[in-house]
Design a protein around this ligand. Sequence first.
Ligand SMILES: *[C@@H]1O[C@H](CO)[C@@H](O)[C@H](O)[C@H]1NC(C)=O
Ligand SMILES: *[C@@H]1O[C@H](CO)[C@@H](O)[C@H](O)[C@H]1NC(C)=O
Ligand SMILES: *[C@@H]1O[C@H](CO)[C@@H](O)[C@H](O)[C@H]1NC(C)=O
Length: 434
Amino acid sequence: MFALLASYVFLCGILRTAVAANPKYVFAHFMAPNAYSYEVSDWQTDISEAQATFIDGFVLNIQTINMAIIEGKIDDAFSVAEPAGFYLIPSFDFTDDWNVTDMERIVLAHASSPSAFWYNNGLLVSTYGGESHDDSYWGGFKADLLAQGVNVTFAPAFTSYRDPDSAGTLLETYASLDGFFNWWSWPDDVDANLTTTVDLAYQAAAESRGGPYIMSVSPWQFKELGGTQDWVELSDTLWYYRWLQAIEEVNPDIVEIVTWNDYAESHYIGDINPNVNLGDVAPLYVDGFVHSPWRNVAQYFIPWYKTGAAPAVTDDQVIFWYRSHPKSVTCAQGDLPRMSTFPVDAVFALALISPASASSGVTVTLDIGSSHYQWDAPQGASMGSVPFPVEDAQIPFVQIIRTEGTKSGYGSMYVTQTDCTIYNFNPWVGIVQL
Ligand SMILES: *[C@@H]1O[C@H](CO)[C@@H](O)[C@H](O)[C@H]1NC(C)=O
Ligand SMILES: *[C@@H]1O[C@H](CO)[C@@H](O)[C@H](O)[C@H]1NC(C)=O
Ligand SMILES: *[C@@H]1O[C@H](CO)[C@@H](O)[C@H](O)[C@H]1NC(C)=O
């Protein structure tokens, strides 16, 4: 497995490099209901951290619960986004059912804002789901808005369209569709890495309508809310290879990172904000499980996606992530999630190495208990991993050994084989960079 990881790096290095013809954009999916208790300063923090990650805007996932309050929070978001030059895109979440009148009011409220995002001369509107409504619903929505002076570019995530063979049916069924957002950025309940087959099929469909094709890129997928809401998808190296798929295989019009702040599904790359009420259960597997260093990975891949050229790393660093328990441990609370046998019991590490350091030789070492792995890291990005040890209650130690001095650090979450309060497949993410 370790040799495979290393050869994967070199293989990707010789694949075709995308040519950036049209401007490329990267957005992050933002759960607007989690802004329920936001102050303006929370938006300022999120937007400045997103911009530091070269993210162009948030796609605001809007639900109908507490709608009036959330609309006020969206007004605050625009007031912060406008001077910052940051975009905000409405995305209606059809886990709820939407009244077209409400959607139109929300679109019109900020249609003339400089932070509204226009694509092909249409204001971009997206969804999560919504295919239970036929084309007359969506056509009516667009026609109403056009009559009120707003042309819409409609790029929904109709999530039941995942079979590549259904892309033609999608086009036949929805004449009002301009683009498409493929929500699916995790393996489909299988012990295999994700491929780009689905992306390429729906990209062709979306582009036949003018686009955009929006490709989802996500670091992880795990949920433990009880009942049917307990699952994990194999995500061990996803945050690495999915970016390479976007850059080298798909080259979509837009990348949408899933997500900034969906804590309960464990794919947040934003900070854990104590102002956000996550209910009773999600905090049991989210609190303390920081993901912020995953943004350093995005900082490397986003400029590559946008320009077509891998940026030169200036600051050698290793971003590493691991779960707090082996998958076979019995826990006091919750149920073993579906697909729990798929994740590998290991610490995963992604090295970002400068050309200068690489030319004089860099070795990255990973140690936990009696387990050890090391690799010679080339310039740019490469990955390695070290299996969880046999010993209980261990913490990883990571070194970047260079001629100009070694950088090293520890994880701050123990891997324990006992003392498990809840089934938790959400990883803790750390970084060594000093
Ligand atoms: C949609 O909302 C409007 C305004 O609140 C209301 O008048 C209308 O009856 C609603 N339509 C449906 C189908 O619920
Ligand atoms: C309206 O948006 C559509 C979809 O993106 C686009 O094809 C069309 O050119 C736009 N119409 C005008 C008048 O700008
Ligand atoms: C997924 O890809 C990684 C390399 O990124 C490889 O080490 C691993 O074995 C693959 N997993 C499966 C199930 O094929």
